[in-house]
Design a protein around this ligand. Structure first.
Ligand code: SAM
Length: 275
């Protein structure tokens, strides 16, 4: 009889957020797969649980995943935890869930702490429709492609970000969505210094350029306002390209951005810009 995989969320700051069900699952599992065994050991010590731990993280998941699947198929029950929050959400676990599902193993996700949902609910932004965008890539090209794909997104957008990259990311968000776009910066959620700054992207840049950001952040950005506009003309395209070039974009990037914003084919914008 095969065992099971449990996804066990752990506190994102406040140890009181571990649920009774999570505690019991950790106690009853045959072994725990952890992103960083040192971090999880601290939590287990706090809970008074002694359990065999194996590491499962980004750089060993390719071969560790199969070993975990084999143990579960042999009848053991595994509890997967990440350093904080819900496993598989911008954390190791996504691949293990796929591998277990493919092997016919039952996967059970226990609800619990998750930074994206905590931030969205406290943000004051529209919560009816939202999209989670995770971390922006550090590669300039894929980061730009990601932001380009969001220029017309009308749902509330949620990003994870580390403090040392925050200002740079806010500048990229301003280039994509404009400085006036509302944003809620949710910092140190569930911790002593929890703070939610509801402002605009431009003002957030000023604020965190003057005072270096500290702690963990979730950025909740309002979606684009609904467009009620007529089809753009070649003159509109030429004017927008000129404006973006004045703001510092290269001709190529200005054409690309204008094509996305005005929903026109790139060659039409290119011809309009040349004229
Ligand atoms: N799987 C986790 C979850 O869903 O909660 C997220 C893990 S991800 C590697 C870590 C990111 O989550 C941080 O860089 C930050 O953006 C966000 N985060 C985690 N804990 C947070 C907290 N207490 N306050 C604000 N953001 C937090």
């Amino acid at each position: 009889m095969a065992g099971m995989l449990y996804l066990v969320p752990t506190p994102i700051g406040n140890l009181g957020d571990i649920s009774e069900r999570c505690r019991r699952t950790l106690e009853e599992a045959d072994f725990i797969a952890a992103e960083d065994t040192r971090v999880s050991l601290k939590l287990l010590n706090h809970l008074g649980i002694k359990k065999s731990l194996v590491s499962y993280y980004e750089h060993n998941k390719a071969f560790k995943g199969q070993a975990i699947v084999d143990r579960i198929l042999a009848g053991e029950t595994c509890a997967l935890v990440s350093d904080a929050g819900s496993p598989a959400i911008s954390d190791p676990g996504e691949d293990l869930v796929k591998q277990c599902a493919a092997a016919g193993i039952t996967v059970c996700a226990i609800p619990g702490p998750c930074a994206v949902i905590t931030a969205l609910s406290i943000s004051g932004q529209a919560t009816g429709r939202f999209c989670f965008e995770g971390f922006l890539s550090t590669s300039k090209k894929s980061r730009q492609a990601h932001l380009d794909s969001l220029v017309k997104e009308q749902r509330t957008m949620i990003f994870y970000e580390a403090p040392h990259k925050l200002v740079n990311t806010l500048q990229d968000l301003a280039a994509a969505f404009g400085e006036d776009r509302p944003i809620s910066l949710c910092r140190e959620l569930t911790k002593l210094h929890e703070e939610v700054v509801r402002t605009t992207i431009g003002e957030a840049i000023e604020r965190y350029t003057e005072n270096a950001p500290k702690g963990e952040f979730v950025l909740v950005v309002a979606g684009a306002p609904e467009e009620v506009k007529e089809a753009a003309t070649a003159e509109d395209a030429a004017a927008r390209v000129a404006q973006l070039m004045e703001e510092g974009l290269s001709r190529k990037d200005a054409i690309k951005r204008t094509a996305i914003e005005l929903d026109l084919p790139k060659n039409v914008v290119y011809d309009a810009a040349l004229k």
